[in-house]
Design a protein around this ligand. Structure first.
Ligand code: ARG
Length: 459
């Protein structure tokens, strides 16, 4: 039979396959709370403006609360024939309260309705991301504070570069996550305008008060252009983009954990809580959570690319293509929140192996730059020449199978006659990190100052 919502001009109902491709209720039922909040605000406004009676508004607002509790109790019957969450709720409302329910949709369209519901949902997810990121930053900060002066190798090209401190490495992630957090704050601020009242696309002839609904729903103001209001999905694209960048950061630390927890590195021990065993190899403790976190960016970026592809080239205003927006954002948000929680647990529960870190930092000629800098400072060599002299000493040590501090003074002077005993003081990793006191450098004092700054900022 023809549809009860718009069946007037239809002779028959849809093909069963049409229903299958058209219906979104299977996933957009997640918007039920936002849909009810939006409708309650709309009804109150219609009454305040004298468009419907106070009596009808009260019946509508009460009926919607009953529906809310039915959905939350799992007692609501969702119908695929009613397409989406908006029609499911409206139809149930009319079934419950009669005539008054049919007045709710005055001065409104599903186009502005879905736009406001989805914004409200995405805004909540920004808040959840901000909370999750703050917890993760605190976990990294605790690691940084404990190990402000623990020495480890710093890498470029995954080759030993210079000694750094554990605290410094942990704080690098705090910085990244802080930028991620500000991206969500920024996206939230920009999306916080209310599209409700744009109606189908052109606005409405009813004397609605868009400022009233905007403020009732916690928006800063109503959107200023009705066409844009029902077409815009920037807020979802921004949420996805911020999520993709954040997941990229998580994947980088995840990869470091995978490497660091190997028997070859032994830089960290992951807690049993975040690892799994092998069904055949009894010795194994696999970093599955870290591996999955390394992979999750694939999923989040996939959703991001999907929505960009859906939106590009869409003519104004609303097109049904846009119904495909929700699953992408739902999946990305779920994935991101789970990832943040898992990473927070893993970082809080991991144990750094100070000895292994120190030992690794002392190998691989990690203080070669310090030697070159000493030649510049103490002998007045131009840096390029100092670089060359040091390179010869590294080659010599490599040939002998030892490290730089193991070379004798006569071996040192063979590379440059001016070298004195004093050179050995700069070849130790402690001296090396202590000397890097430039602002933002790896010296423990610098790291402690940054830890203090972040502790104040994070409260
Ligand atoms: N389920 C639809 C969506 O998610 C709601 C808006 C439908 N509007 C319309 N004119 N068909 O996009």
């Amino acid at each position: 039979s023809a549809n009860s919502m718009w069946g007037g001009r239809f002779a028959t109902g849809p093909d069963a396959i049409m229903t299958a491709i058209n219906a979104s209720i299977s996933f957009d039922k997640r918007l039920y709370a936002q849909d009810i909040a939006g409708s309650r605000a709309h009804a109150a406004m219609l009454a305040a403006q004298g468009i419907i009676t106070e009596e009808d508004a009260t019946a509508i607002r009460q009926g919607l609360l009953t529906i809310l509790s039915e959905i939350e109790a799992g007692r609501f019957q969702f119908s695929e024939a009613l397409e989406d969450i908006h029609l499911n709720i409206e139809s149930k409302l009319t079934e419950m309260i009669g005539e008054a329910g049919k007045r709710l949709h005055t001065g409104r369209s599903r186009n502005d309705q879905v736009a406001v519901d989805f914004r409200l949902w995405t805004r909540d997810q920004c808040d959840a991301a901000i909370t999750g990121l703050t917890a993760l930053m605190q976990a990294f900060l605790a690691q940084a504070e404990a190990g402000a002066d623990w020495i480890m190798p710093g890498f470029t090209h995954l080759q030993t570069a210079q000694p750094v401190t554990w605290g410094h490495h942990m704080l690098a992630y705090v910085e990244m996550l802080a930028r991620d957090r500000s991206r969500f704050e920024d996206a939230r601020r920009r999306m916080n305008e209310c599209p409700l009242g744009a109606a189908a696309l052109a606005g409405t002839g009813f004397p609605i008060d868009r400022h009233m609904t905007a403020s009732a729903l916690g928006f800063d103001r109503p959107t200023a252009n009705s066409l844009d209001s029902v077409s815009d999905r920037d807020f979802a694209l921004e949420f996805l983009s911020a999520s993709a960048i954040c997941a990229t950061h998580l994947s980088r630390f995840a990869e470091e954990l995978v490497i660091w927890s190997t028997a070859q590195f032994r830089f960290v021990k992951l807690s049993d809580k975040w690892t799994t065993g092998s069904s055949i190899m009894p010795q194994k403790k696999n970093p599955d959570a870290a591996e999955l976190l390394r992979a999750k960016i694939g999923r989040i970026l996939g959703s991001t690319v999907a929505l960009f592809t859906i939106m590009k080239g869409l003519p104004l205003t609303y097109s049904k293509d846009m119904q495909e927006d929700k699953e992408q954002v739902f999946d990305a948000a779920d994935t991101l929140m789970l990832s943040l929680a898992a990473m927070t647990g893993m970082v809080s529960d991991m144990t750094a192996n100070r000895e292994a870190l120190h030992k690794a930092a002392s190998s691989g000629f990690s203080t070669a730059t310090d030697l070159a800098d000493w030649l510049v400072r103490s002998l007045g060599l131009p840096f390029r020449e100092a670089h060359h002299v040091t390179g010869r000493l590294v080659a010599l040590a490599e040939e002998k199978g030892c490290d730089l501090p193991d070379l004798s003074l006569s071996e040192m002077t063979s590379a440059h006659p001016g070298i004195t005993q004093e050179v050995y003081s700069v070849l130790g990793v402690e001296n090396s990190v202590r000397s890097r006191m430039s602002y933002g450098g790896t010296a423990p004092d610098q790291v402690r100052a940054q830890v203090a700054r972040w502790k104040t900022l994070l409260g």
